[in-house]
Ligand binder design. Structure first.
Ligand SMILES: Cc1cc2nc3c(=O)[nH]c(=O)nc-3n(C[C@H](O)[C@H](O)[C@H](O)COP(=O)(O)OP(=O)(O)OC[C@H]3O[C@@H](n4cnc5c(N)ncnc54)[C@H](O)[C@@H]3O)c2cc1C
Length: 325
């Protein structure tokens, strides 16, 4: 069995939560397979962050460092990674199913002529190869995927695995590799920060989403107030986005983001198949809807039948009390 290379991501000088998850999973898979889990970070100066992967049981990591690696460009990152892959020849290559991972891994799979399974919710080793489980048919079923190729690639959906700190306080041994990839075909002119203080939907542990029923962007205030108390990220249905109540980066669903939080609260959302496709793997789903027949209730663990404009302010007050805020 060969080694596992996983790509870790960082933002504002911190490892992303889903990369910490993936580090633990890669360590576990390497244990099952008898190979090594090797981490890799890309950026201007990332050796210090690569060392931190030691906390998740990772002993070896690479820091690919170069001025052209930030801001992120999939083409540049893929080319830097290909040089590393040629050097260390991993059998399995993993990344998170984040915007970054979804951009890089298909490029690598194509160059390596290797199989890729995307958006996996579980990964294991079977007969010396990776076996991946992923949702299909808009999340209605799960499919187990085996690989024919010698090299196997997969992206893992954030929040699919627990964060396992297998080596608290330990540091990975890091090799720095200069990666000044040239020949930029596109130029990033501006990077716009998402809403301050709010986690991206794909890595949020709690999401409160509003639908068409909100009626206006001002009315989204009732959703935002509860989100602030719970430290949640605000999501939305496409109907709310199309009506201009909130921007598209908040959209959950088939043509929005796929999310996997611990708690998903759907407010005034009917539960169309395209919305469910983006959130049905949430661990606990709560629906608030005034129509007791709304399809969302058939997918919800808890349902509140009533007017969201009455219910959300009550929840906000109660959670403030409970959390001492
Ligand atoms: C190709 C394609 C891709 C799509 N992609 C997506 C996608 O990514 N994401 C997505 O969400 N949709 C997507 N859609 C649209 C989807 O089919 C639905 O139209 C959309 O999800 C409906 O949004 P909604 O639930 O907010 O609105 P509605 O279906 O209109 O539901 C509103 C709900 O609010 C309830 N309600 C009304 N007033 C109140 C109140 N005061 N209190 C409590 N409840 C109230 C109503 O009972 C109703 O159930 C897509 C459609 C297509 C064709």
């Amino acid at each position: 069995m060969g080694n596992i290379l996983f790509i870790a991501e960082h933002e504002n000088g911190k490892l992303k939560g889903y990369s910490r998850e993936l580090a633990g999973k890669a360590h576990e898979l390497a244990g099952q397979a008898g190979g090594k889990a090797i981490g890799c970070l890309l950026g201007k100066e990332v050796a210090g962050l690569a060392e931190q992967l030691g906390a998740f049981g990772i002993e070896q990591a690479y820091a690919l460092e170069g001025a052209t690696l930030e801001p992120f460009l999939g083409d540049i990152h893929a080319r830097a990674l290909l040089a590393l892959i040629e050097k260390i020849k991993p059998q399995i290559i993993l990344a998170s199913a984040s915007t970054t991972g979804k951009d890089i891994l298909p490029r690598l799979a194509m160059k390596l002529k290797a199989g890729l399974t995307t958006d996996c919710v579980d990964l294991k080793i079977e007969a010396g190869k990776l076996k991946a489980r992923r949702p299909i048919f808009a999340g209605k079923a799960l499919m187990d995927v085996s690989f024919n190729s010698d090299v196997q690639l997969a992206t893992a959906r954030p929040n699919s695995f627990p964060i396992r700190e297998a080596g608290a306080g330990k540091k990975a041994s890091v090799e720095k590799i200069p990666a000044n990839v040239g020949g930029l075909r596109v130029k990033v002119k501006e990077v716009k920060q998402a809403e301050a203080g709010m986690k991206d939907l794909t890595e949020a542990e709690i999401i409160i989403s509003g639908g068409r029923a909100l009626g206006s962007s001002e009315n989204f205030k009732v959703v935002r107030e509860l989100a602030e108390v719970l430290g949640a990220t605000v999501g939305a249905s496409r109907a709310a986005v199309d009506a201009g109540y909130i921007s598209h980066d908040h959209q959950v669903g088939q043509t929005g983001k796929t999310v996997n939080p611990k708690l998903y609260i759907a407010c005034g959302i009917s539960g169309a198949i395209q919305h469910l496709a983006g959130m049905r793997t949430s661990k606990v789903i709560v629906a608030i809807n005034k129509d007791p027949e709304a399809p969302i209730f058939s997918k919800a663990d808890y349902g509140i039948v009533g007017d969201l404009f009455q219910i959300l302010p009550i929840l906000t007050v109660k959670f403030k009390e409970l959390l001492g805020k």
